[in-house]
Design a protein around this ligand. Sequence first.
Ligand code: ADP
Ligand code: MG
Length: 344
Amino acid sequence: MSKSTERPDHLSGYGEFELINQFFRRSLPKKQNDVTGIGDDCAIMTFNEQLFQLVTTDMLIEKTHFIKKRIHAKDLGYKALAVNFSDIAAMGGEPSGIFLSLGLPGSMKISWLKNFMNGFFELSEKYKAPLLGGDTTRSESGIIINVMVIGRVKKGNVKKRSGSRPGDKICVTELLGDSSAGLKLLMDGHNRNLNERDRKYLIQRHRRPPHSLEEGQWLGRKNSVHAMIDISDGIGSDLYHLIEVSKLGIDVRLDDLPVSDALVKLAETSGNDIYDYAVNGGEDYGLLITVDPLVCEDIKKSFESTFDKPLFIIGEVTKEHTGVNYFEQDSIREFNNKGFDHFG
Ligand code: ADP
Ligand code: MG
């Protein structure tokens, strides 16, 4: 092997998804032919004649996902569950039970844990999804939070990442880039050009991301919605998951990406490119869907009257090329990063 093709002997430099595909993905045993495993927002198993069971798990690690001093324990408890509900939403499902595992330093204040659980139960009780079990251990290396959520969905309503078809319109249910801008404000401190209202708005979008359960179930019932995924790593990464197995391509119009006024102001006054936030910023947690183009306008109107918020059409699925092209007017814009990746 020539030197230039040698891979490093450590994880940095490998993409998160390369690691998943290379080391974790194996074919399922034949008796498990009704199971869909690695590759979607949740694993899917048969529950009974009518329903699928959904399972998802996500981990939050201190210093990787959050800085303890920069997020209130109550918001962190809420967020740890919201990001898992978001994966259930992305399949069109509803949550039915939760498991919570915590690694906690012995020096942790009891009030922190109490606040964390208040935020956690605020969301679990709202959706009547009880905490059914978990694990609690001492950690010598900061706080480790792992949440697993079990959910259910009617068999006909389940939406996968892989369902997109050529010509489909691509839509998102939330503004893009706010969460990563909020994180930047938390890390960099004060931005003199941003007023307090805009600053608070962006930070709140980072601390309390949307989980989209109602929207996901509504979209799950629409046959014209062909594919669905939640936006956890930025559309720069999550758009690729929509075409990973289909050999299709995606065209996105940058002008159509929905961004908040607060984000526009932050980008303008700090000299940052707004599209870097909107495309590559992580943790926005809305839904990304592909919709039959013949009824997309009807779905959009109906969504907007049901939820009193916009559904944004940002591009199309195409069979003309593979990969994702971002158009700025008529020219294609290249991005260095492709969304958030833990290792890449
Ligand atoms: P999401 O952002 O929706 O939680 P990820 O991008 O983290 O999904 O993961 C992509 C897929 O890979 C999911 O189906 C997830 O369950 C699976 N996956 C990630 N890490 C592992 C692992 N260590 N072992 C098995 N499957 C994994
Ligand atoms: Mg997901």
